[in-house]
Design a protein around this ligand. Sequence first.
Ligand code: FAD
Length: 498
Amino acid sequence: MSTCAAGPTDAKVVIIGSGFAGLAAASTLVKGGFKNVLVLEAKDRIGGRVNTVKPFTENIIEVGANWIHGQTGNPLYKLAKEKNLLSEGPCASNNMCQPRSVSSRDYFFKEDGKPVPNKIVDQVSSLFTKLTDKAFDDQLEPKYQDLTMGAYLDDAFGASPLAATEDGRQVFEWCKRNECTDEASSSLYEVSASQISNYIALEGDFYNTLGPGGYRAILDVLLKDVPSENIKRSAPVKTIRWDLAKEGHCEDQRYPVQVICENGQSFQADHVIVTVSLGVLKEKGTTLFEPALPANKLSAIKNLGFGTVDKIFLYFEKSFWPADCEGVQMVWKGGPEDKDVYKSLSQGDAWKATWFKKITGFDTVARHPTALCGWITGREALYMEKLQDSEIRDTCLRLLKSFTGWSVPAVSKMLISRWGTDSHVRGSYSFVPDDVDGVAAQKALAAPLPPKDKSTGKRLLQVLFAGEATHVNFYTTTHGAYLTGVREAERLISFYKK
Ligand SMILES: Cc1cc2nc3c(=O)[nH]c(=O)nc-3n(C[C@H](O)[C@H](O)[C@H](O)COP(=O)(O)OP(=O)(O)OC[C@H]3O[C@@H](n4cnc5c(N)ncnc54)[C@H](O)[C@@H]3O)c2cc1C
């Protein structure tokens, strides 16, 4: 045994972060017989990138994660089903317009206020789905293997007769902008085409909607396992001191790890599980740890992508769209997703003047018949986060009016997410950039510290890492985050079984 603790009953474990990864780790450890588990959470609420709120009515809004992606083999789908937390009926529908879910209920408008013919929208979105599926299914032709997702899609779409029409090209550009919400990227010219196949989309409906309790209801299931006194909120961790006790020197230093909060409070531990987001590691990875993280972990943190996706919820007293309309999608002549526009705006600040072109559209919102949700990603989302709510609201109203020509009433309430400027998250989710070995980086990020002793082959398991960005197949998702928490808890459970 290479720790100073004798077993699960006296081993002290500190978990940093109370998102899905942190709570899954805590619940698994408690169920595994660990008696000293402490969760330190920087925010005054638990959940991290899951944030279920009721800002408009008695019904919930999800500021962060909304859907459970996939069914077969998805532990959160299973849990939600077992506990009767899934939504059935009309509320179970997708609500977000994406190329693979486009229907005639999605109203596509052009900049000049004219609708885009449904036929073109259908044809282009089906082709776009086929092309992205090829990348996800590892079916890319060799010539596309080293390209970015944007360059691959441009080339493959260019071969279709649809690319010969202006409407076809513009809807294709909308599809690319929309795909950025899945990749949390500024542009598809930053995302690897071939490595997307490492992401596994689980079988079954991909957009499982939760019932009236939303994602918070699943967190509550996990919280039942963890005594509330074992979770400290408003406890931001400033320093993680590790490698304090060398093997065999327990008499000098009982605990190998010390966790120090910003208010000076400190906690000793045998093991710490770090679940903070990749965005937080990018910002604080070099100062949070003493001694510093090894070089391979620091370069994994630097190289993996962590992008921003934001939601703009607009609540009206009355809906102003036709009853069958599921959302308004905006198709630009020269949108920010277009290769030439992207290139021309890559330097300087000119892109800031047209930040709003990055909003894909405004979708209707489950359980809120008079609300719309706008989606925006990347650097434009980050730029928007710094603007006043009133400026964002006025811009959205202008867009809705000019694209649809409808009479648009005043917004009565609004809620805008600001995940990029949130100092405890610093973005929305991870992606694999085109020039990075994603799996190697994700594995390096997940590896416990100190590194395995080469001569003895032993692991000390002082600092363990979980969180969405440490999963090689389910990164970006809640179930990925959950599984990494379970993974690290099980690593400790089996450590004490040896
Ligand atoms: C807008 C948006 C939409 C999304 N939509 C979906 C979706 O529909 N489906 C889906 O599956 N996924 C979705 N996701 C992704 C999903 O929310 C995340 O992958 C998942 O919740 C991440 O969980 P985590 O535990 O890894 O990290 P987090 O939830 O980020 O948890 C980390 C915790 O660490 C805390 N922390 C940070 N620094 C410190 C510190 N110094 N000290 C103490 N605590 C600290 C944070 O406050 C946070 O609570 C979405 C995310 C966003 C932002």
